[in-house]
Ligand binder design. Sequence first.
Ligand code: NAP
Ligand code: GLV
Length: 309
Amino acid sequence: MTIVFKSDPVRGREWAALLAEHAPELEFRMWPDIGDPAAVRYLVAWRLPSEDLGTLFPNLEVLFSVAAGVDQLDLSTVPAHLPVARMVDPNLIASMAEYVVMSVLALHRDLIAYIGSQRARRWSEMRVVPAPRRRVGIMGLGSLGLAAIERLRPFGFPLSGWSRSPKRIDGVECHAGPEGLETFLASVDILVCLIPLTPETRGILDRKAFAAMPAGAGIVNVGRGGHLVDADLVAALDSGHLGGAVIDVVSTEPPPADHPFWDHPKIILTPHVASMTQPQTAALVFLDNVRRHQRGEPLVGTVDRDRGY
Ligand code: NAP
Ligand code: GLV
């Protein structure tokens, strides 16, 4: 029974060592060294091979995303009956919550403006807005959004959230669906995007969304680059309507050398590192899911192919 791993080979070697220790009966191979394709039962991938998956691996039983998101997998090449599972890893979740707290605090305490002042050798202070007057809203109340909310709670920000289906979360004002979006946006001073990229959410952070937000609001995009209309963000920052943005994901990674985010004075840009799959826990989370599958139990992180996440 073979597992094929198709992602970063350096991290793949760590997966190989962990699986050799914890599941020596499974054969672990790294793409493109796939061995006998008929023996491959599990594929763990960041991106899929370009071939039709059912033809390439006729006995494949589960496709695992090496990441929490699945939009980078072109599921049109994946047979409809094949289960797809995404990565639900406690370390990945904790790391995202940490990045969100860092970004929200950076916007809350005007860090981007202070970095600009320092570069200009300008000693100029701004009034501190108390946390109870800074409203923070999380788009996406899934495993990552909920963890971010728990880490933000102790600071005392009024918290709100937006999801597809209605939710009740203690101390969080919850909004849902397209009908709840505008009210949600109008009530947040710092917006964190943690929804999956689907046809419904592509381009959701656009001129219309920014216009609905209060003047001076900040944006944290840790979802996917496709959520954001880059030119609309730049226009909203340049006009002064938005105050700043922390951007971890862009449509083309890395962005081209002339992309405006590289040196925009109101943007902090990081290279898709908010949260990375960490082999030491992810390999074991994966193995646990393989065992579940072998026992006929439901998989953790099963993707609903119709919803797209
Ligand atoms: P998840 O557990 O599946 O949660 C997704 C949340 O988004 C759910 O609350 C869902 O609503 C909501 N949602 C989905 N479509 C929506 C829509 N059309 N309108 C409103 N809400 C919608 O996903 P997760 O594990 O939290 O991950 C979220 C995303 O984070 C991933 O898909 C990935 O793109 C991104 N990510 C980024 C990084 C990074 O390093 N930057 C790392 C990991 C993940 P319901 O609750 O109603 O279903
Ligand atoms: C990373 O972006 C992930 O989806 O895990």
